[in-house]
Design a protein around this ligand. Structure first.
Ligand SMILES: [Zn+2]
Length: 94
């Protein structure tokens, strides 16, 4: 029973499900890792837990904003963007 190209997995009597090894490898999920379970648009989503900036994936100097993590550097860049209408740092580096 394939649906949306997804990998079919049967849930067991305790409500458990195996995350396919292909997906674990793809996302670097190892035994003991924490996953966050949420419902979005009627679908259950599993997100690798751990704090990382939503923009640069950095793990330092993080702040929480509207259920996302944002590092100080990106928060500063966003503030500049709000102040000046463009991101000077990204424009300079790219
Ligand atoms: Zn960042």
């Amino acid at each position: 029973m394939m649906n949306n190209g997804g990998l079919p997995r049967r849930i067991d009597h305790l409500g458990r499900i195996v995350v396919p090894v292909e997906l674990r490898r793809m996302l670097g999920i190892k035994a003991g890792d924490e996953l966050e379970i949420a419902v979005r648009d009627g679908a259950i989503t599993l997100t690798k837990a751990g704090r990382a900036c939503a923009f640069c994936s950095g793990e330092e100097k993080l702040h929480s904003y509207r259920e996302h993590w944002v590092c100080s550097d990106c928060a500063g860049a966003l503030a500049d963007l709000a102040d000046h209408g463009q991101d000077d740092r990204l424009a300079a580096s790219g």
